[in-house]
Design a protein around this ligand. Structure first.
Ligand SMILES: [Cu+2]
Length: 307
């Protein structure tokens, strides 16, 4: 069991923190038809800016006034991807950040600063879609990246200028997901009804570590023990017939979800849920766990049946 978990951790570190990377080996998800954006800046009462993501980089303004923004991220990459923001920590430069990721330290030691800097998050989605999220950008030097340490997409530097407005427009999400702490690690609390298709989801990180929300869809309902069994399974292994656990290639990894955000942060993301037996989870490594376990292995997952 230990060996399997170790394997999963190694896999997650090798492929990065987010599921779009894992999705390359999973059942392909049908490309959604290009749909009009689900929310508009005028309806939300916030400013907006556009980002285009390709395999070659991010196209966006190099300087942005501080504030709460709707970001419209056109995903023109070959794989599901994201455009997400984190602040360059004090004492580091953009070049230092690039060097830290390029070093690809498998222990994660060279990236420990990412646990302490402000991660505002961003929008993620499938190629050919416009991913949307509302984020807060206080002033500072920021990096836009694919929310994935293993991504080959070059990061960009963005200056956020001025000061945050005194008042920020309230959002009206139909679903709230809260990251919480408990004795064994982290968990999700889900408030509201999840529907198939796009919806505005508030994600509030009320813990002391960064988290994301990834959605997996299983062909059969899984209880907590079965999901843990799935997590521990070695790649290519066949689940025992009476375990009720599907094989990994029967699990669909949704290209839609919520990017990583730092402790204390809120984001409002348009999440396009697939119907079926969803499990939301987070694979960010817990550096305080003895085996560098991902939060999922500490119980950070929640079953949601979407009609
Ligand atoms: Cu997490």
């Amino acid at each position: 069991m230990k060996r399997s978990l170790g394997f999963l951790v190694a896999l997650v570190l090798a492929l990065g923190m987010t599921l779009p990377a894992l999705a390359q080996d999973a059942t392909p998800v049908a490309s959604p038809e290009a749909a009009p954006p689900f929310v508009t800046a005028s309806a939300l009462g916030v400013s907006e800016f556009d980002i285009t993501v390709t395999d070659d980089g991010f196209d966006l303004p190099s300087s942005i006034p501080a504030g709460r923004y709707l970001i419209n991220a056109t995903i023109n990459t070959s794989m599901p991807s994201a455009a997400s923001f984190f602040m360059i920590p004090d004492g580091m430069t953009f070049a230092d950040v690039q060097a830290a990721f390029a070093a690809g330290d498998e222990t994660g030691a060279g990236l420990s600063w990412i646990y302490h800097t402000t991660i505002a998050g961003g929008a993620m989605g499938a190629p050919g879609t416009v991913a949307q999220a509302v984020i807060d950008l206080p002033p500072g030097d920021w990096v836009v990246w694919a929310d994935d340490p293993g991504s080959a997409i070059p990061m960009s530097e963005v200056q956020v200028t001025g000061a945050m407005p005194d008042t920020l427009r309230e959002m009206a999400p139909t679903l709230t997901i809260t990251a919480t702490s408990n004795d064994t690690g982290y968990d999700f609390a889900v408030d509201g009804d999840v529907v198939a298709g796009p919806q505005l989801v508030e994600f509030y990180n009320k813990t002391d570590q960064p988290h994301f929300v990834a959605a997996l869809v299983s062909p059969v309902p899984l209880d907590d023990e079965q999901f843990m069994g799935l997590l521990m399974m070695e790649e290519g292994a066949t689940p025992l017939p009476d375990s009720g656990i599907p094989s990994l290639d029967e699990i669909q990894f949704s290209p839609s979800g919520i990017t990583t955000i730092s402790a204390g942060t809120k984001i409002w993301a348009v999440v396009d849920f697939m119907s079926g037996h969803n499990i939301i989870t987070c694979f960010v490594t817990d550096p305080n766990s003895p085996e560098m376990a991902p939060h999922a292995a500490e119980g950070m997952f929640e079953q949601i049946d979407v009609p």
